[in-house]
Design a binder for this molecule. Structure first.
Ligand code: URA
Length: 192
């Protein structure tokens, strides 16, 4: 599938109830050839109005965290588990996630990232393991089909509880190091 086909399908999607009330489908933003993909939960009010992920308060914090490891939203790709806003910012329901995750899988195939970062519990449960517990299991690398995957706190959780920021900073340093490590591996392979 091409990006154009994916966009067409998403813009016309009514596979779950979230499609009924949306202002915009929020497909994703950033570099479609990025080595790293960040996945959140689902659009909030501002994202729904603007059609772009992470543009509200949580997004501003995410931008700062990306900057702290030398990245910005134009150099990474950012998407969500569901592409339409759940009412009153509730968690996306299991059937809504199931209806939408196939579009994210297409994005995985098109982008072919080396690293996936799950932002928060909903993304980690959907991508890493259904029994994932964010406080217990964040900051640990997993490998699936050759892709390195890690979960960290959702930026909204950090806005609610500042004491989580220290762990999140450790996770972001681990992400920076993993990117470097992979770059070095690639450099060595290119030399051989
Ligand atoms: N929270 C998310 O999980 N995703 C967004 O795009 C915005 C806020």
């Amino acid at each position: 599938m091409t990006w154009e086909e994916l966009e067409y399908l998403c813009h016309n999607c009514h596979n779950c109830r979230l499609g009924e009330a949306r202002h915009n489908v929020v497909i994703g933003v950033g570099d479609r050839k990025s080595r790293i993909l960040f996945v959140g939960e689902g659009p909030g009010y501002y994202e729904d109005m603007q059609g772009e992920p992470f543009v509200g308060a949580a997004g501003q914090l995410l931008d700062k965290m990306l900057a702290s490891i030398g990245l910005d939203r134009s150099k990474v790709y950012i998407a969500n588990i569901v592409k339409c806003r759940p009412p009153n910012n509730r968690d996306p329901l299991p059937d809504e996630q199931e209806a939408c995750i196939k579009y994210l899988r297409v994005q995985f195939k098109l982008i072919r990232p080396e690293i996936i970062v799950c932002l928060g519990r909903i993304a980690a449960k959907a991508i890493i393991a259904p029994d994932f517990r964010i406080t217990r299991d964040r900051g640990v690398w997993h490998n699936k089909k050759g892709i390195d995957i890690i979960a960290t706190y959702h930026p909204s959780a950090l806005l609610r509880d500042e004491s989580k920021k220290r762990d999140a900073w450790e996770d972001f340093k681990a992400i920076r190091d993993k990117l470097k490590e992979k770059e070095n591996e690639k450099g060595q392979n290119d030399e051989q």
